[in-house]
Design a protein around this ligand. Sequence first.
Ligand SMILES: Nc1nc2c(ncn2[C@@H]2O[C@H](COP(=O)(O)OP(=O)(O)OP(=O)(O)O)[C@@H](O)[C@H]2O)c(=O)[nH]1
Ligand SMILES: [Mg+2]
Length: 292
Amino acid sequence: MKFFENLNFSKLFSKKKIDDNLLDKFEELLIESDVGTEIASELKEKFKKEKIGKEIKDEKEIFEFLGNQISKILEPHERKFDDLNKNSPSIIVVAGVNGVGKTTTIGKLGRLFKDNGKKIVFGAADTFRAAAIDQLELWSKKIGAEFIKSDLGTDPASVGYKTAKFAEENKLDIAFIDTAGRLQNKKNLMEEYKKIFTVLKKINPEYPHETILVLDATTGQNAINQVEEFKKISNLTGLIITKMDTSAKGGILLAISKKFSLPIIAIGMGEKDSDLHPFSSNNFSKILVNNK
Ligand SMILES: Nc1nc2c(ncn2[C@@H]2O[C@H](COP(=O)(O)OP(=O)(O)OP(=O)(O)O)[C@@H](O)[C@H]2O)c(=O)[nH]1
Ligand SMILES: [Mg+2]
């Protein structure tokens, strides 16, 4: 990630004194890094207020300024893992378009809660692909989670139902329901999600307690459309951003926080079960500006 990686700040600030021309460049670079125009202009104004006319010591000073500002923007959105298990059982639907990392994230979350002594079940409500069911089953075996599936092609909502019931009957702590990767503009597929929610609510109107949207950090601006689409059909309770270990520009998270004010639960930093990190605005901003 490191969204300032390709941004040539040293060149930009070689003049040392900050003037309007440089500030415009600064703003442009921020926009290129996916933070969105609003935040880019906000950061520019703050930077201007504090630094205009002053001598800048070195690049580090700029990174520090940006890191602090980014951390301040994101801090109110931090949400702790523990918060996901307030009910017994906690019913959690994991949503997102295809390939973002839903199934892997369920595996990682499962590992985390399992390590904390929780009893969990995974429900394979992605019934469209045999490989998707197998993938989740492998994760369940790996970490010792219960596993609920139906035959290929059966109604995803019925798997959701079975999973929640199983969690209730067996007094489990958490049920994670995996869903099919699908394009948010395919109306019929969004209908499938709605059906899952409707069926869960028949068991208990509070179900699902959580609908977590998984976003792929490499997606860029399109992630905003994804949030918009999923917000229409569900009560999103949190975000998890995956693939932050790649060259993705994590700046999109700032744009999303600004626009939707959604809690951020965790970031995915790789494919292994230990690669899910609680979201910390402070750490995130540091990685982002590469201010080690
Ligand atoms: N580098 C990296 N790869 C990840 C991360 N999370 C998931 N992946 C990889 O991304 C690919 C897709 O992950 P899945 O978990 O299958 O994604 P999905 O959303 O369930 O996909 P569908 O079920 O097809 O919609 C896999 O190769 C994962 O190993 C991450 O944080 N970092
Ligand atoms: Mg999947």
